[in-house]
Design a protein around this ligand. Sequence first.
Ligand SMILES: Cc1cc2nc3c(=O)[nH]c(=O)nc-3n(C[C@H](O)[C@H](O)[C@H](O)COP(=O)(O)OP(=O)(O)OC[C@H]3O[C@@H](n4cnc5c(N)ncnc54)[C@H](O)[C@@H]3O)c2cc1C
Length: 416
Amino acid sequence: MSQSAGQADEPYDVLVVGGGLAGASLAHALLGSGLRIGLVEAVAPGGADQPSYDERTTAISWGSRQLFEDLGLWSAMQREAAPILRLHVSQQGSFGTTRVHCDDYGVPALGYVLPNRALGQALFASLADQPEVEVICPARFETLRTRDDALEITTRDGQATRTLSARLLVGADGGRSAVREALGIGSRVDDYHQKAIVTQLRPGRDHEGQAFERFCPGGPLAVLPSGPDRCAVVWALASDVADRLMAADDETFLAELQAAFGWRLGRLTEPAGRHAYPLLRLLSRHPVAPRAVLVGNAAHNLHPAAAQGFNLTLRDVVLLASLLREGRAAGREAGDAELLRHWADARAADQARVSGFTDGIVRLFSNRLPGVSQARALGLTLLDSLPAIKQGMARRSMGLSMDRANIAQPLPDGQP
Ligand SMILES: Cc1cc2nc3c(=O)[nH]c(=O)nc-3n(C[C@H](O)[C@H](O)[C@H](O)COP(=O)(O)OP(=O)(O)OC[C@H]3O[C@@H](n4cnc5c(N)ncnc54)[C@H](O)[C@@H]3O)c2cc1C
């Protein structure tokens, strides 16, 4: 598939670098737009070193399910999706709890838990059947050059290099984005000095579709339904504690997990392999540059505590695709500066809200000052007895306050 370095062919309308959750979702959202799409991905799914479609699970909100339905992707995902019917939020060592049930919001599920490998099948592997998208994989983005009419990039696969050009370049190449760096876009990084340990295990009691978010002194612990008799665990801990537990045997790991989580699901057994992820918040200084945008972790990499990172990204890419479609119908080219600015402006509030909310709960629940723990417990109890506030928070977490109608932001009138 690769060729030697040379002149770029006719530019792609949209060239996406990174075929992970963000980039592959964008490619799907652009299908049928009439735009010529290229997707450059360094590591094919299925490989042990594929960083997006790995052993994690991803909790998607009810709103994201609706967006996947609109993209025609939900039927391919549904079989692997474990519904979240109830959510139980608590704090280790104190009395406060809050509960959310899907019936209270008139939806069949608050969200769904999907294995990332299944998302890789539905999002990336299925692109091979789409003649509108040229998937260039394996190929790694290397360099960027600005031309008057396009951006030009080189990619490498072993010894072979290739030159490609695009009216619009999309950096969807993850938190360490080489595209972001090549564009000269800076970023702000807050290191939480935590790592998330991810694993799967068998609960002693039926989880009945219940998800648990438990705020422990070391960091938040999520136990999510991931199959009839399996739960997915995402446990954020101070980095040194996480390193110790990664090296511990299964018995020690389970004993410490059980002590932190309690006995709500009976005895926790049969842990699968453990994987650790360093946790930080990264926010790019700008989401757009001339003829370029950043999406996904390249633009905003969040702590997984609120399970919002990919849900936020999906809303970003769905609006971007819809504006690019509309722009094409109005005769604007994909790299149109006004279109990109409009997209960035339209997404700024949701991005700031989700990033601020996620960072806020990580810091609030990691604070060990005397009195703060009691205040948090009281807060959780009060929240449970204040349905209006709870409903507002739950609706936002479920992606319902940013539904299909809100994502349909028309382009402002203007001459192409
Ligand atoms: C432990 C954990 C749990 C999480 N759980 C949830 C959750 O439950 N719900 C939720 O909404 N979010 C969750 N998230 C966040 C979610 O995983 C991210 O939002 C998502 O992975 C971002 O996808 P991405 O495609 O932007 O980046 P990545 O997943 O990093 O993918 C980037 C892709 O770009 C490719 N690439 C990189 N460099 C190059 C290059 N130079 N050239 C070509 N290709 C390149 C990579 O191979 C990869 O395929 C979680 C995150 C963590 C760490």
